[in-house]
Each structure stands twice: as C-alpha cells, then as structure tokens.
Write a protein of this length. Structure first.
Length: 190
C-alpha cells in the first residue's frame, strides 16, 4: 500500500513540476471573454444549461468508451500474434501500456518482477497511453491543444514518474508481496 500511495504522490509531484515548467517556458494562457461559453459568463443557470450538460456528458461518455473498446480490441489482436508473444514481457507490457495504460499495467503486474512492474506502472501512469490522449483530443476538439507538444509533455511526465519511482525503490527498498487477483481470492476449487 505504501508503494501505491508513494506512486500517487510521485504522479502528483511530477504533474506539478510539468505544470510549472510549461507555465514558465510557454507562458500562461489567457482567456478572452469571447472564448468563454455563454453559460459560464451568466450569473444564473437555466434548465437548458442542465439538459445541455447532460447531453454533452453522455456524448463524452460514448466517445471515451469507444476509445477504450477500440484499444482493447487492438491489444487483443496484438496479443494473438506470435511475434507479440515472443517479445520480452517488459516490452510487450510497455507496448500494450503505450496504447492503453491499464492493459499495460495489468500485463506488467502479471509478467515481470514486482520492481520492474512498479517502474513501468510509474511510467505508464504519467504517460497515460495513446487511448487517453485520443480521448482528450476527442472531447477538446476546437481548442488549441496540439498533439506533438502534448505527447512530449506526457512522455516527460512518464519519465519523471519512473525516475522518482526508481529513487523511491533505491532509498526505501519496499518489499512487494505477490498480488492476488480479485477472482482468485474469492474462489474455491470444486
């Protein structure tokens, strides 16, 4: 648990460092009142604001779910390929996690040493995977967000996370106990 809490703290700290760096070197974005949606400019909300937000929320939910399903299918297809199975476990977990974070973390947890799984989880938590990146871009269409600078910042975030996680492992030397799956813990043999 302590290692998980530390990973959370590491991710927050790395995010803060990335935010400060981007602010210092690329300046703060200033919003013009023209760019602020009308429902934010008004002091009161109308029923149409509520119904509109529910509609937009449902649409966003569908977009995010579509990306999750798409990348789960891609990773499933990749896993069926003999060449993917022949890759070193850490490389296949990195590839899967580069596409979809939780799939890579799950694969790392089940195929590599706990220390390497922790470091890979740290990286993937900062990077977040292509699926999350595309989810963000799908819901932020029409903004000035650019793909390459975003991916560069997320890669640096992942590397910072992995660096701080390696430092944590070096200084604290936590003892990882084998993880038990939710289904394995509650099942009995028949």
């Amino acid at each position: 648990r302590r290692a998980g809490v530390m990973l959370y703290v590491i991710t927050l700290f790395s995010s803060l460092l990335i935010g400060i760096f981007l602010h210092i070197f690329f300046g703060a974005a200033t919003e013009k009142s023209d760019d602020i949606p009308p429902y934010v400019q008004r002091k009161s909300l109308s029923p149409a604001d509520f119904t509109g937000s529910v509609k937009r929320g449902f649409s966003t939910l569908l977009q995010v779910s579509a990306f999750l399903l798409f990348f789960a299918a891609v990773i499933g297809c990749l896993s069926a390929l003999p060449r993917f199975s022949a890759l070193p476990p850490i490389l296949s977990a990195l590839l899967a996690g580069g596409l979809e974070m939780t799939s890579g973390i799950s694969l790392a947890e089940s195929t590599v040493s706990p220390e390497n799984a922790y470091l890979l989880t740290a990286f993937l938590t900062g990077f977040a995977g292509l699926s999350v990146c595309l989810q963000l871009f799908s819901v932020s269409e029409g903004t000035e967000l650019r793909l390459l600078p975003y991916l560069a910042a997320k890669t640096v975030h992942g590397l910072l996370n992995a660096g701080f996680a390696a430092l944590y492992l070096y200084l604290r030397k936590p003892e990882f106990s084998p993880a038990r799956g939710v289904l394995a813990a509650g099942t009995t043999s028949t």
